[in-house]
Write a protein that binds this ligand. Structure first.
Ligand code: 1YM
Length: 654
């Protein structure tokens, strides 16, 4: 605080030290300064508006992504208080924006989004923005205040009378010196988060505008025109499970129950489909996706397993000699949302997304046991379909176990018998090792020549891989491609899966930049999503980014490529950078096979210079939906999707 201006009083110093701490260690407050952290700023502001909605004062939230990647969030709540704060002697809105952790400390009754990375408060957004502008509307009067790098720039002033209802508008510009990777917002990331928010808060309307546009481009992350989407669901989480099951053949109408006691509220919606997935149960606590599960999810699972077994036995479907249906059997093809709201949520676990409150478990368990038992009794036809599905899962599980034992005896899944096509790396340290899963033998050949043998392994895949979504585990295992993939990775699969056995900590999908390549990539992602989600959670799965254009000097006899372009939308910009673009030939790469080994190394494989996209399941709902829309029973949506999103990677946080 060397050059602290002399007119600061004690509270100002506290303010600066607080926000300075945030600027020094942003990761402690928002997780990272990468794209996730950047998007987190928006959630933090929107969470305040959602809290206002949970308190019953606000029903519409509007968000704009501006062309300069600044963000505006507006709500029609009460407006952040503008009166003088009794302790700090400055307007409360200024306290909220400048004092660390001020946000959560006020509030009275009700459930608030807090804990985890959320609820750190909007002052953190202020600290990490080069500028913030806030307008508060109360009783027809507008009040403005603004901040630069967390410091009050223009004090609160009464602007005058306006014709609009109460509310708050916040605009912020993420500080590019903090978010050094990128300050560009991803529309899909924000859209799926707001969709989720709208599902979880029945009736709440969230409107997202993207004012950015990239005219003339069909294959870029930006839409060709500005766009607006409205998220509002009268059915709440019932609509959520319908959404998760879109494109699937369902076995029952969504079941819904809710319960409440002094500890909190629980809402559950569930619906089975004929799909094989067992990881479509999503649990939330105070609107936060508890990826790591917790007490609410445990209560749900126990209740479902027990209730279905009891029903199946009572109806004589399970005989005395039969073994019980496992939890996985009862949840195969089950899409479910478990949403609890509680006063003081305890978030634990590695990513602070595991709910620890033990008092919520019996509430969920009783609600589900009672609700599900009643449903099964009253709806015998869908009940039979659900039980049949679970008993089939049990049979498949036993068959798969037998098949696994067979193949293991034959040595197929044995780690000593690595697949013949694998060109392994010499390093045996997984943290240093990576494997490229390459489409086709010819690209595989180039990659084998190009690679760094010490750390880079190559596994060429011949043709398309089996669609695991439709085939199920049993058939998948008997496919050559799948079993060589599993063996090469080394983790095994199903009950025997062990992420610690992964032979590589970077598993890189490298496919052509065309529609077939996109399809193969989707199939591989589906495989990892279904059978090795833990590898995605650990951040082991990546997608290689081969260039799509190369610029070569015209009439030059040298094959030297002057410049590679990885993004369709950048071509025009790059050509314009050169004084005389006529002097270049633009070569379009359709397949990896068109590059020689040196080029493949230089553009795509060299660790120092390449770009990799890391796959995560942050948005499991979206991944689940896209995967089933793409890979499910219906063919038309798949075709359309692939045509529309040939290079789109919505599983990804770049
Ligand atoms: C665009 C972002 O922040 N809305 C918002 C925030 C607050 C209130 C209303 C609010 C809360 C309370 C009372 C209360 C906040 N107020 C505070 C604090 N939208 C957005 N809308 N009156 C208004 O919780 O009691 C923090 S956030 F602390 F000042 F009360």
């Amino acid at each position: 605080m060397a050059n602290k201006p002399d007119h600061y009083d004690g509270s100002d110093i506290q303010v600066l030290e607080g926000l300075e701490a945030v600027r020094k260690r942003p990761g402690m407050y928002i997780g990272s300064t990468g794209p996730r952290g950047l998007h987190h700023l928006v959630y933090e502001v929107v969470d305040n508006a959602v809290d206002e909605a949970l308190a019953g004062y606000c029903d519409t939230i509007e968000v704009w992504i501006h062309p300069d990647n600044s963000i505006t969030v507006d709500d029609n709540g009460r407006g952040i208080p503008v009166d003088k704060h009794p302790k700090e002697k400055i307007p409360t809105v200024e306290v909220v924006l400048t004092i660390l952790h001020a946000g959560g400390k006020f509030g009275g009754e009700g459930y608030k989004v807090s804990g985890g990375l959320h609820g750190v408060g909007v002052s953190v957004v202020n600290a990490l923005s080069s500028r913030v502008e806030v307008s508060v509307f109360k009783e027809g009067v507008q009040y403005d205040i603004s901040f630069d790098h967390g410091k009050t720039a223009e004090k609160l002033r009464e602007v005058g009378k306006v014709k609009r209802g109460n509310g708050t508008t916040v605009t912020f510009w993420p500080d590019p010196t903090i978010f050094t990777d990128t300050t560009v917002y991803d529309y899909d990331t924000l859209a799926s988060r707001f969709r989720e928010m709208a599902f979880l808060n029945k009736g709440l309307k969230i409107i997202l505008h993207d004012e950015r546009a990239n005219p003339g481009s069909t294959l870029s992350d930006l839409a060709p025109e500005p766009r607006t989407e409205v998220f509002q669901y009268a059915g709440g989480i019932v609509d959520f499970v319908k959404f998760l099951n879109e494109g699937k053949e369902t076995l029952n109408k969504p079941i819904y129950f809710e319960a409440e006691n002094d500890d909190g509220t629980v809402e559950v919606a569930m619906q089975w489909s004929s799909s094989y997935s067992t990881n479509s149960v999503m649990a939330f606590a105070n609107n936060i996706n508890t990826h790591e599960g917790g007490t609410h999810l445990d209560g749900f699972k126990q209740a479902v397993t027990r209730t279905i077994n009891e029903y199946a036995r009572a109806k004589g479907i399970l005989k005395e000699k039969d073994s019980n249906l496992s939890g996985d059997d009862t949840r195969e093809g089950c899409a479910a949302i478990v949403s609890v709201k509680l006063h003081d949520p305890q978030f634990e676990g590695q990513t602070k997304t595991k709910l620890g409150n033990t008092e919520i478990r019996p509430l969920v368990q009783n609600a589900v046991t009672q609700g599900l038992a009643e449903y099964l009794e009253e709806n015998p036809k869908p009940a039979k379909r659900i039980i049949d599905k679970a008993t089939q899962a049990l049979k498949a599980r036993e068959a798969a176990r037998k098949a696994r034992e067979m193949t293991r005896r034959k040595g197929v899944l044995d780690s000593f018998a690595l697949p013949g096509k694998l060109a392994d790396c010499s390093s045996k340290t997984p943290a240093d090792s990576e494997i490229f899963i390459v489409e086709g033998d010819s690209a595989g050949g180039s990659a084998k020549q190009a690679r760094d043998r010490k750390t880079q392994a190559i596994l060429p895949l011949r043709g398309k891989i089996l669609n695991v979504e439709r085939a199920g585990l049993h058939r998948s295992l008997s496919s050559d491609t799948i079993s060589s993939l599993i063996t090469a990775i080394g983790t095994n699969i199903g009950d025997d899966f062990d992420a610690d056995q992964a032979r590589y900590h970077r598993i890189i999908i490298m496919t052509d930049a065309d529609v077939d390549g996109a399809h193969i990539r989707c199939l591989l992602l589906t495989f990892f999503y279904r059978y090795m989600p833990e590898l995605i959670n650990r951040g082991y799965i990546y997608i290689a980014q081969p260039p799509i254009f190369g610029l070569k000097k015209k009439n030059s006899r040298s094959p030297k490529i002057e410049r590679y372009i990885y993004d369709e939308s950048a071509l025009g910009k790059v050509l314009a950078e050169y004084d005389n673009p006529d002097k270049f030939d633009v070569q379009r790469y359709k397949g990896l096979g068109e590059m020689d080994p040196d080029q493949l190394w230089e553009t795509t494989m060299e660790p120092e210079t390449r770009t990799l996209l890391q796959v995560n399941i942050d948005d499991a709902a979206e991944a689940e939906r896209v995967v089933s829309e793409l890979m499910g029973d219906q063919v038309e949506p798949r075709k359309e999707f692939i045509q529309k999103h040939a290079r789109d990677v919505r599983f990804l946080d770049i």
